[in-house]
Design a protein around this ligand. Structure first.
Ligand SMILES: [Zn+2]
Length: 101
């Protein structure tokens, strides 16, 4: 049995949000991806226009889109780079790809 970190109410096992106060129980926010930050960065820098970094993190749909549009004509790659460097780039599970070492 776990309890809410905010209000102390009892929670269902694995609950992300407290049913009583709504507090997010995952103190690391959406969580950190198991995908390697440096691998994602290198793929993005070298092969970003082919969507390689998106295939790597499991975002196959947008990966294909990038492949056929040259990374949304480079704009998508640039946005991904900024998001990755600022800790906002997520994998297919919504977890943040960031340097955890
Ligand atoms: Zn609560």
């Amino acid at each position: 049995m776990t309890v809410c970190k905010n209000c102390g109410a009892e929670l269902e096992d694995g609950a992300v949000f407290c049913p009583k106060c709504g507090a997010n129980q995952n103190i690391n926010g959406p969580g950190v991806s198991e995908k390697e930050f440096i691998t994602t960065l290198l793929l993005l820098l070298h092969l970003g226009a082919t969507g390689a970094h998106r295939f790597y993190v499991g975002k196959t749909g947008t990966g294909v889109l990038y492949f056929f549009t040259l990374g949304c004509l480079g704009i998508g790659v640039l946005i991904d780079l900024i998001n990755l460097l600022t800790g906002k780039f997520t994998d297919s599970n919504g977890k943040i790809v960031k340097n955890s070492k």
